[in-house]
Design a protein around this ligand. Structure first.
Ligand code: ADP
Ligand code: MG
Length: 336
């Protein structure tokens, strides 16, 4: 949207307002002409017209409602003759809602990262302190304390690696290294790998037709996506639980689904689990070595491929994570 512009006479009454400004302020044209600009902007509590003439820094108007964020920035400049006689003021309004949102997300991200790093560091610090205070000589405690510090170090390494992956994708620096892959085989191999490591009490069931499905993907990145989703399903599966794997082919896409019979995700959190650092249960996720970034990375990768990812869940009855990837039948003449 173009900038809004309001001009006033030398007493601060509005003499001109363009239609973007009317839209931004949500006022009709007729009601504004001749009115004091500080009333039109609704800043009369904080400013008088005389202040605006010396106002060099822009002012920010937060017009957010409960349902919608809406933030405007207003720059003022004085229209002055060479003699110094003031003719009026021009206010330029700019909608900065989106920019403000990005800034806020960046601030939240930095604060989250700091917090996520501080937690393992604080815990390592206490255990190392206890060890150097004498626990190193205790044959029962020492190995336990060392194990804790090692686990925390490993989680921090995972966290930093995940952060680097995300930051490469954010910068658009990470290009996709695509090649044609038979997704049926690819998917089965990954499931095989998890099947070898899984607990005996968890059952795997595949609903995957043998038919080859050739699609163009970045194999390493899609493997990370599947790793993240399957390890979540594993982590959250109860003893005796079943994990089901589905692969469906449509005209222009494939759909992959992985279902477990774990505790599920509350409805209001189904979208949020793809946000960075969001966990339904922070303590539990950390305890299991989670970084809270697995699904956020998965979403970036799937979107970069032009697909979609989402979660479905009936609380207490398990979770299904689904994603799609674009697919098209290979044109015959490519193989001539
Ligand atoms: N299969 C699942 N069942 C229940 N909750 C899940 C499942 N997968 C993900 N979640 C929830 O989503 C959150 C985010 O997942 P993820 O980004 O992989 O982070 P992490 O696994 O490191 O905690 C998890 O902390 C958990 O609360
Ligand atoms: Mg995870």
């Amino acid at each position: 949207m173009t900038d809004g512009v309001i001009a006033t006479d030398r007493r601060g009454k509005v003499i001109l307002i363009n239609s973007p400004a009317e839209k931004m302020l949500r006022v009709p044209h007729e009601s504004v002409n001749g009115k004091a600009i500080i009333d039109v902007l609704d800043i009369a509590d904080d400013y008088q017209f005389d202040n605006l003439m010396g106002q060099e820094a822009p002012i920010t108007l937060d017009r957010s409602t409960v349902n919608e964020r809406y933030i405007l920035r207003v720059n003022f400049s004085v229209i002055q003759r060479e003699t110094g006689f003031v003719n009026g003021v021009i206010a330029v309004l700019h909608d900065i809602t989106d920019q403000e949102k990005v800034d806020q997300e960046r601030r939240d991200f930095v604060s989250n990262v700091s917090h996520e790093l501080r937690t393992p560091l604080t815990s390592m610090h206490s255990y190392l302190e206890a060890l150097s205070d004498g626990a190193w000589q205790d044959p029962d405690l020492a190995p336990k304390f060392l194990e804790v510090t090692q686990n925390e170090t490993e989680r921090m390494i995972r966290l930093v690696n995940d952060l680097l992956k995300l930051s490469r994708m954010d910068g658009g620096r990470e290009h996709l290294d695509k090649s044609f892959v038979n997704f049926t085989d690819f998917f089965n191999h990954i499931i095989d790998r998890f099947e070898m490591m899984k607990k005996d009490s968890i059952k795997f069931k595949r609903f995957i037709s043998k038919e080859p499905v050739i699609i163009e993907i970045d194999e390493d990145k899609i493997m990370q996506v599947l790793d993240n989703i399957i390890s979540n399903a594993n982590k959250y599966s109860p003893d005796g639980g079943q994990i089901s794997f589905f692969l469906k082919k449509f005209d222009n896409k494939i759909e992959v689904a992985i279902s477990d019979e774990g505790l599920g995700i509350p409805k209001e959190d189904l979208d949020k689990v793809f946000d960075r650092f969001f966990r339904v249960d922070k303590a539990r996720s950390r305890e299991m070595g989670g970084t809270g970034l697995g699904l956020a990375i998965a979403r970036e990768v799937i979107r970069a491929h032009g697909g979609e990812i989402w979660a479905e869940s009936n609380r207490g009855k398990g979770t299904t994570v689904k994603f799609t990837l674009p697919y098209s039948e290979l044109p015959e003449d490519d193989w001539e």
